[in-house]
Structures are given as C-alpha cells and as structure tokens.
Ligand binder design. Sequence first.
Ligand code: ME8
Length: 547
Amino acid sequence: SSTSPPVEKCFVTTPIYYVNDQPHIGHVYTSTIADAYARFQRSRGRDVFFLTGTDEHGLKVEQSAQKRGISPQELADENSATFRQVLDDMGITFDGFIRTTEPYHKSQVQHFVDKLREKGDVYLGKFEGWYDEGQEEYYTETKAKELDYKSPVSGKDMARSSEENYYFKLSAYQRQLEKLHEECPDFLSPPARRNEILSRLSQGLNDVPISRTNFKWGIAMPNDDNHIIYVWIDALLNYITALGLAEEPSQPAASAGVATRRLKGELKDYWPASLHIMAKEISWFHAVIWPALLMALEMPLPERVHAHGFWIRDGKKMSKSLGNFVDLKTITRYTDHYGLDSFRYFLLVDGPIAAQDANFASSRVQEVYNTDLVNTLGNSLSRTTAMVNKYYNGIIPTEQQIQGIRITFGKRYDWPVVTAEAANQVMHAVEALEFPKAATAAVALVAKVDHFINELEPFRLAKDETKAEELGAVLYQCLEVLRIACVLLEPFLPNKMREVSENLDLGHGTLDERVKWGLLQPGSTVKKMTLFPRVAPLDELGMPVSM
Ligand code: ME8
C-alpha cells in the first residue's frame, strides 16, 4: 500500500573470479557466504541484487590461451561458463553475472577512466621498478630488496623494468582514506584487516600505474590504444558497470532479464553496495583503491567490505604450485555423499569467515554433519514427527487447554520467549556475517527441544489418560520450535528446508513474521520425516574410506 515504507535495497557482491584458474573451494566458499547473506536479506523482505561474475582480462589469460593454442576470448568463454555452472550447481542465487569482456562493461570502464583523466586524477607518467610478472604487480626498490627480488607469491625472480604508464593519483586521497577507515570502523571487517590497512596507510600512498603496454588482452585506454587498462581497475569497476551506472537509460525490447533492467536504468539504485565480500588477499584493492576511485569519480562509497580468511590444507595455503586445492572433483564427491545443503552448512559453520584461516579436513565435515545435522536437527525432527504420528495419527495437536489457555512448562520452556531470543541471536549474527555463531544459536534451540522431550517424557504422558492435554501441548510446542528453527536455518540449508516445508508449513511472509510463536496450525498434518541419513566418512579427496 502507499503507506508502507519503501523496500530497502541491498546490493551484495563476490569478487569476479579469474578465468585463468579452475574453480575451487575458495570460490565456492565466498559465493556460498554471499548467497546465504543474500537469501537472508531477501527473506527479511529486502530488495536484493546479488552480483557475481568473471574477471577475464590480463596477461595471464593471454598467456594461458596462447599455451593452449586458442584465443583469449575462447579461453574466457570456456572458463566463465565453468564458473557459472559451478555456482548454479552449488545453488548460488546470484541475480547478475558479469563478464568483463562484455561490451557494456568495456565501454563503461572507458567512460569512467576518461572521466578520471579529464579531472586530472589519471595522468601519463614514467615508472622504474621491479615487476612481478605472475602477479602483474610492480615493486619499489626498497620493497623488492626486502623480498630478495623474488615474487612473494610464485617465488620467481622479479624483473627490472621501466614503463611509461598512466597513473591514478592515489596519493591525493590519502587523507580521505585515512578518515574513512578511522571514522568508519565497520567499513572494513574483520578488525584485523582494518588494522593492516591503517598501518599501510600510515606509511603513505604512492600514485599507482593503471595501464600496461606489455600485452593486448584488455580494455584500451580511452585516449590511447597503446595502453591497456590495468586489470584491477577494469575488475573493480564491474561493481558499477554491472548496474549500468555510466549508461544512458534506453528502451530495449521488453524482457524480464537483468540486461533489460540494466539498460532501462532500473539497477542504478542498487548503488552503493551494501556488502562486498572477498578473501583477505584483495582487501587492499577493495578497501583502498576502490574507495579512492569512487572518491575521484565523486560517487558514494560501499557501505561495507568484508575480507575473510583462507581455506588452507595441512596448514598451508592452497595454491596451484602446491597442487593442494580442494578442487571441483573433490567438492562434488562431498556434495554427492553428504548432500549439497550439508556441505554448504559445513562451509558456513567451519569456514574462515573472520581473520583466522580454516583448515579443510574431511573429519570436520563428518563431525559437523553428525553433530549438528544428524544428531540434532534430524534427530529432533524425526523424533517429534514420529510421536505426532504415533499418538495423533499425524494430526498436529494444540498446545491449549479446552478453555483456550496455553499450557506452559516453566520458564526454561517458555517457548515464545526462548524462540524470540534465539531468532534475535541468529538474525543479529547473520547481519554481522557471523555464520558460525548464527548456526550455533539455531542448533542450540533445536537441542532444547531434545532436552524438553527428555524431561517431559511424552511416552509417559501418553500412558496417562489425565495427561492428554499436556501430551498435545508438548508435541505442538516441539513442532513449533522446530518450525522456527527451520525458518532460521533456511539461508544455511535452503533445499532441505524446502523439503521440510512440504511436510510442515514453515509460514508465509518475511522472516521476521514467520519466526513469531504460534503460527503452526493445530489440525494440519505432518508426516514422519528423516532429513539427514547417517553416512560413512570420506577421505581427504572425498573418496570412501576403506574400513
Ligand atoms: O582475485 N580461501 O580473482 P580470483 C578462501 N579477479 N577463499 C578463496 C581462496 C582460499 N584459499 N582462494 C580464493 C581475483 N578464494 C580477482 C578479483 S574483484 C574486483 C577481482 C576466493 O579468481 C576469495 O573470495 O583469484 C578470493 O578473494 C577470491 O576467491 C579470489 O578469486
């Protein structure tokens, strides 16, 4: 109606992934947390645009393509499609998928870079220094010496090189950037990342080269074809080109697609981003370079940048050279075995969401699956639905006495209060991206149902005719607590919860409405259900363990 407040917009992004690599657990992880956040915001009634995509330019793509004897575009097409497929297979509900080789992105990047040049924030300059080819990154003499003239990533020798390049006047934004990080402590999380940035800022900022002449695979400088725009400038701008911020609205042929919405100018209002999510190795680009570019373009800054830790293996970072990635094949074995949602749940509760890295171990997958899903959520649901079937033929009883008064079982089991507190905890934790904490609160609520059953002993109540009303109340309350817990767990276990909802009505409306006590209708039916079967453990590669 006209009196309701406008729906809050929420723009969530992942990094756009490089097409010169195969997708692995790191990409799946970031996409999964972004997806859980996006689903959660949607369920709260917000108007969400969730963007992901692929980063397709740069020397490395040019070289990989050459090695394979195909064009860079062919390589990009192939690997971009692979990434997209993986995200689809993992149930990632992105609204937009941007590819940096698309014409609408390229023309807008040129527009923005041209604007920076006209303003004097981009200028032609000469640089001499040390170049890390693998990372496409320049180092000053001091820094290169510190690193023994070797790439900190690949270990390969750096090369002395001098180049005439276009520079971005990053130094001009030193004060504004310091102010941003000092005055908005929540702009970049977790705090460890913010401290790093503050300390690096205090060392002073140099202008940064934003063009290259040693390869061709990229977007040309708008005024000078000899120069290719540095892949990071090209990539960061995706967050606004995807929304068409530099496009004139037009009237394209009507269709409901994202491209049409963009062309009509309907996506522009999603800016500024609510949340950019990535891992810590690119926090500098997102928390310093990106805001500086936006300051120079006189555009609003994103509200929040979150840079999580790494998945590691055997205490080491996963890398191509070590060949220790949890790759797609392995992930697929895990999802086939445990189910997509269960693996997703594991990623969310055991992943490196904050400053710490997380070691991937098959034993943890098994442990999380058994503890939270099989023994707690699955067990409570199956116990409760079994009893409703045994004692009530599957017809949900009421928690009220004949006089219409709700039967209560003491303060510990004052469920309207207990569930409201749990819902509050879960919702706050997800807003704060504290997925492990959110899951813990939801699972703890489920565990209380178990305690409740053990304490109230419905099987005893069932034997005593004078306790019929109590038995009904206990079972209604068990189911209603479980319903609320399931609603709260939807961003974690979307498919499993849809399965539950086909049996037990999980309610309608926004999340906040659905977690209210008492929505479950007495008289409706519920079947006995087992959600999470027991399964054998897998080894580190996702293969069956021989016993
Ligand atoms: O950096 N643990 O793309 P990329 C957790 N194209 N997350 C990991 C990870 C790990 N071990 N490894 C990768 C790029 N990731 C640029 C981004 S954005 C404007 C341009 C995830 O394909 C994590 O999100 O190397 C990390 O930031 C991202 O993949 C890097 O993906």
